[in-house]
Design a binder for this molecule. Sequence first.
Ligand code: NAP
Length: 280
Amino acid sequence: MPAQILDGRRIAQQMRRKLRAARDALGPRPIRLVSVEVGQNPAAAVYVRNQQRGATEVGIEMEARNLPLQSTETQLLAMIRDLNHHPEVSGVIVQRPLPPGIDPRVVQSAIDPHKDVEGMHPANMGAILYREPTMPPCTAAAAQELALATGMDLRGAETVVVGHSEIVGKPIAVLLLHRLSTVTVCHVGTRRLVDHTRRADILVVAVGKAGLVHGDMVKPGACVIDVGINQGPDGKIVGDVDFASASAVAGWITPVPGGVGPVTVAMLLRNTLRAAGAAI
Ligand code: NAP
């Protein structure tokens, strides 16, 4: 039987309804989210548009700022400092990629952790180890939400995360570990990836390589969460998982686009409302 589709757009829509109610409970004061981009990147433009659309629906004012491509790290940090001190700004996002010469880690660490709605400040990253994720990294939180949406019991499930980046793979592994999944993290040092992926009840792939995982690497009935975003030769966006072959084997699978991406945006909006004081 072909896999059930984990429809990220639908799950995000349901989340936005709940977020709207939480936002309304905060009263009429404006809630502002500021996105800063250095230069102009077509992929970032798509993210910003999606974030703005979601923010409007939830009742968050999102302002998109652009700094010229030639801007220095010092200039960007000065803008972040201003936003950190701005009483009406609840959340700050810095869009990636940043131009060479600007260190994303320095920039992320400069954002006030209480306004770090992407959950990437070391303080927020560290908090997830202590199970206190007020502002968890959005993509990791989205992957967890999608796994929960299957109704599978995560306790004791064999979970394999492919990719160990700081902002995606590692926090996903930690969040699912808190659910008492038995988590294996695979990376470039992994000897035979297939030996791990084939025994995964939950397989999360976050690498950035189209076609890395095929159906013959998936355990029948598994939940496959494809975080990857890649542009195919025809310009189409595809994930890291070969959807056609994997969906013939898996029990659940996220499409790309329309899987992890929309839920990630919903998590960003949730973090923004939390930063503004919402109990959600
Ligand atoms: P990244 O920083 O480039 O990390 C990729 C990870 O994959 C690294 O840990 C890398 O290991 C590992 N890796 C590389 N080749 C591998 C292989 N053959 N087998 C196993 N692991 C391998 O990328 P990222 O920021 O984590 O993002 C991963 C993907 O998710 C990208 O396609 C990105 O566009 C997408 N993404 C999607 C969303 C969303 O909302 N849907 C959000 C964020 C990112 P080494 O470091 O050891 O090389």
